[in-house]
Structure formats: C-alpha cells, structure tokens
Write a protein that binds this ligand. Structure first.
Ligand code: CA
Length: 355
C-alpha cells in the first residue's frame, strides 16, 4: 500500500472514530435497573441478566448502563411483572409461566409439558411466529418481552420416596410451577409454587414432599438430594425459556442505537445462557454419579406418564375453549412442533441411537 492510501485510510478511520464519539456524546446517558426473580448466587440463570448488562455497557461505550438487582435485594421474586409494568424497574428477568394466574396466554412462552425442546422452541420463536405472538400477548400490559435464555430439558424433580404408581402421587405436596403444576394436580398432587430462595427450607421442613427445580447444574448446588434422593427424568419442562421483560414506555424513550444495543445484548445473553446450562448440566451430571452415588435416577412408570399426557390434553382443551389467544399460541406451537419434531427424530435422536 502506498503512503497516500495509508494516509487516506488513517483519515477515514479517525473520522469514523470521531463520528462515533460524537454520536455517543450527543446521546443521553441512560441508567436502568433490571429486577430478577433469581438471587445473586443462582448461576447460571442470574448470569443471563448479568451478561446482558455487561454487553450493553460494552457496546454502548458506557452511555447505557443497566444495574442488576437480584431477588435477595428487592425481596419480590414473584413481583417482577408488576414492578416492570409499573415502571419501578425498566426491566425484569424472569419466566413467563409465573404469570399464568394473571393471564393464561402468557404461560406458553416459557414451556409446555410434552411440548417443544429448546432448539425447536427457539426456531419457533424466530421463524414460526412465536415472537409476534409473544408481542401480542404482552402488548396490553405495556410490556415488551424478549427471549431470556433457555435451560434446556429439565429434570422431573426430587422425591423423598420412590413413585411406583398413581397411588404414590395422591396427596403428595410438590413445588411445581406453570402448566405442569395444574397437570399433575389432576393426578391428586397438592401443588404449590415457592420462590427459588425458599425451596431447600420448604423441603427440609416438610412443607413439601417433592419439588422440581431445573437440572443437575442448578439442583445439586441447592442440596435437595440430601433430603429427597429420588431424581426423576422430565416431562414437564422440555425447553424452558426465561424472559426479559421491558417497560415499553422506557424502551420507547431510548435512542435507536440504544434500542439496537439492548436487543442484541439480550439475544447474545440468551444464547450464552443456553450453552452455559448445557455445560453446567453435563459437568454436574458426571460429578453427581461419582460424588453422590445415593441419588437414584428414575423415570415415572408408564401409567403415570399416560395419565399426565391425558390431563395435559384435557387442560389444553379447557383453556383453549376459554381463551382465544391461548388457543392461537398453542395451535401455532403444535403445528410448528409437528414439523420440527420429525426433523429432531431423524437427525439427533436417530443419530444418537445409532440408527
Ligand atoms: Ca423448573
């Protein structure tokens, strides 16, 4: 390269830097807060909003900063929806299925029993109409909702006693949120949702006999296995997606550049959380087998699985009849899953099974 070209390149580079710096200077400095359902030690789910905030700061050159306020600080893990809606916090990180008592149509954006796996769900969100339906469901609350990271397939939970038949479920007290809680309650289980920070104590004191949390990556650290050694495989949360909630009025006030930075930061943090869960689960599963041989891994007997599927269908039919938007979302998910599942089976499943 001759020196004239070099000089021209250098001039252009300097001009671009100046323009970016000027754009940042003119941009109003923005300081937001994000409230999370999770406490500060609940990795890797708390890592999602922490990474998002870090990316926003890095990409904006410090003109946009978001402070993460974990549940142990704000003390309202189940209050995220109301706090973000009311503008107390500009953002929240939580899961949509916690709000089924407010609006059943918000629920399917986290996960559905016997529903889509994480890659199937992520593809539906992006290309199958999921994002548009999520926008529609949240619009009436003045909220925007974005994908906040997927936990992957979750384990079915920890039980103090082995579950051998439908009778063993009758009267059992279990923490299990979302649609799955309603489904299993039809089998005689007394269902409750307890905030993450109180789970161990509830199990230890006998307030509950069983609970589901996430997967080995998060569960083992909580110590549930010390009290309830039967660890069941999942049916209820095959690809649970967390959500970033954003107050729409606050979002509308952002500059176009800050809006783009926020959207890209959320997306990158969600991707990273998904693979971090995969990693943590794989590591913990290997360690669990070696360090905690008393843990007994089980799968529910067929008569229970059949009854769960049946109860799931009955409840979907009931809520679909009551709520047209719920029906629209479920129909969209099911139509997408029908196609995607054929591919999942012929690609990953058959490959793994050596067919
Ligand atoms: Ca769970």
């Amino acid at each position: 390269m001759n020196s004239t070209l070099k000089k021209a390149g250098l001039l252009l580079f300097t001009a671009l830097l100046t323009l970016t710096a000027q754009a940042q200077e003119k941009e109003k400095k923005v300081r937001w807060k994000i409230a999370t359902t999770w406490g500060s030690t609940l990795t890797p789910i708390i890592t999602g909003p922490e990474n998002m905030a870090r990316y926003v700061k890095e990409m904006s050159g410090g003109t946009f900063e978001i402070k993460v306020v974990p549940a142990n600080k704000h003390k309202a893990p189940m209050g995220i929806f109301d706090m973000v809606r009311g503008g107390q916090y500009e953002m929240g990180h939580t899961t949509s299925y916690f709000w089924k008592g407010k609006d059943i149509a918000l629920m399917p954006f986290t996960t559905m029993p016997f529903g889509m796996t994480a890659p199937e769900r992520m593809a539906w969100m992006e290309f199958g109409g999921g994002r548009e339906l999520m926008e529609k469901a949240y619009a009436k609350y003045g909220l925007l909702s974005f994908q906040g990271g997927n936990t992957g397939n979750q384990m079915g939970g920890w039980f103090k006693k082995e579950i051998k038949s439908l009778d063993d479920l009758k009267g059992l007290r279990m923490r299990i949120p979302g649609f799955a809680g309603e489904v299993i309650s039809k089998l005689g289980v007394s269902v409750t949702n307890i905030p993450p920070g109180e789970l161990y104590t509830a199990l230890d004191r006998g307030t509950i006999d069983a609970l589901e949390w996430v997967g080995p990556g998060m569960d083992i650290k909580m110590g549930f296995h010390k009290i309830a050694p039967y660890y069941y495989t999942g049916w209820h949360e095959p690809g649970a997606e967390a959500q970033f909630l954003v107050n729409k009025k606050a979002y509308d006030k952002l500059s176009p550049r800050h809006k783009a930075i926020l959207r890209h930061a959320m997306r990158l943090a969600a991707y990273r959380m998904y693979i971090e869960f995969y990693h943590e689960n794989s590591e913990a599963w290997a360690k669990m087998k070696k360090d905690y041989p008393h843990i007994k891994v089980r799968t529910f007997p067929k008569e229970i699985m059949d009854r769960l599927r049946q109860a799931n269908e009955e409840l979907i039919a009931k809520y679909s009849a009551e709520n047209p938007l719920f029906k629209e979302i479920i129909d969209s998910q099911r139509a997408y899953m029908k196609k995607a599942r054929e591919w999942t089976i012929i690609s990953d499943l058959d490959y793994i099974q050596g067919k």
